[in-house]
Design a protein around this ligand. Structure first.
Ligand SMILES: NC(=O)c1ccc[n+]([C@@H]2O[C@H](COP(=O)([O-])OP(=O)(O)OC[C@H]3O[C@@H](n4cnc5c(N)ncnc54)[C@H](OP(=O)(O)O)[C@@H]3O)[C@@H](O)[C@H]2O)c1
Length: 229
């Protein structure tokens, strides 16, 4: 079998675009998220290549089942793409505690859990982890305190993981996109298409094995009249 990839948060938006891009390239993809129906309709587009698996990344036993399903169905894991994520935006004194917890649980803990349970298999294939962070993981902005904290945290996590897994030849890459046209957060007209970001994911995966693409930052070109002076 060719390469096997797990994509979290694949029911829509960037994750669905990544799953399609990898399937088009011939990879077998286990597409996971909580929305079963959306995953099933995605899988119908590539019935022999995309396998849906319902999984809430914040639940340890569900993440373990996702990894187990992938091994039973496909025999190995070459690529893990930690894409599931959400943002809630408000000044810190108005941000609900439940929104804070959800961002930390999905954006950070979900990635930790998927890595924790996939790493033993990724070591066997000398595989690749791609963590979808954000420009908000490098540059903070008002009303983004919770989201930025989760994505800055993800950057530190990815950096430590890069060093931990280097000797096992498991590459870790972090992709930091700016605004993308998804349901995530009322995107502007000039936001990037999810397919453009998915293309970059493919470029990262297909880089020569001896090259570690550590971090990639992608920003949309903002029309001149809207650029901050
Ligand atoms: N859109 C942007 O402007 C932008 C910019 C930079 C970075 N990003 C990052 O890109 C990633 C994808 O975002 P998007 O723009 O594609 O957003 P989206 O369209 O809202 O999709 C988010 C995905 O995450 C999944 N998800 C949320 N909570 C989950 C959970 N507990 N368990 C499993 N899956 C969960 C959702 O699936 P279910 O609801 O079905 O579970 C959905 O598939 C995120 O990490 C986001 O932070 C987005």
């Amino acid at each position: 079998m060719d390469q096997v990839a797990i994509v979290t948060g694949a029911s829509k938006g960037l994750g669905a675009a990544i799953a399609r891009r990898l399937a088009r390239q011939g990879l077998t993809v286990v597409a996971s998220a909580r929305s079963q129906e959306q995953l099933q309709s995605l899988a119908q587009e590539y019935p022999s290549q995309i396998f849906p698996f319902t999984c809430d990344v914040t639940k340890s036993e569900q993440v373990q089942s996702l990894i187990q399903f992938t091994i039973e169905k496909c025999g190995k894991i070459d690529v893990l793409i930690n894409n599931a994520g959400l943002g809630r935006f408000a000044p810190i004194h108005e941000l609900d505690e439940s929104d804070w917890d959800e961002m930390m649980d999905v954006n950070l803990k979900g990635t930790f859990l998927a890595c924790k349970y996939a790493i033993p298999y990724l070591k066997q294939t000398e595989g690749h982890i791609i963590n979808i962070s954000s420009v908000a993981g490098m540059v903070a902005f008002p009303n983004g305190g919770g989201y930025c904290a989760s994505k800055f945290g993800l950057m530190g996590f990815s950096e430590a993981l890069t060093l931990e897994l280097k000797s096992h030849h498991v590459n870790v890459s972090t992709l930091c996109p700016g605004s993308i046209k998804t349901e995530f957060n009322n995107p502007k007209d000039w936001a990037m298409e999810p397919e453009q970001v998915a293309e970059t994911v493919w470029l990262i995966i297909s880089a020569p094995k001896n090259v570690i693409i550590n971090q990639v930052v992608m920003r949309p070109q903002v029309p001149k009249e809207f650029q901050k002076k």
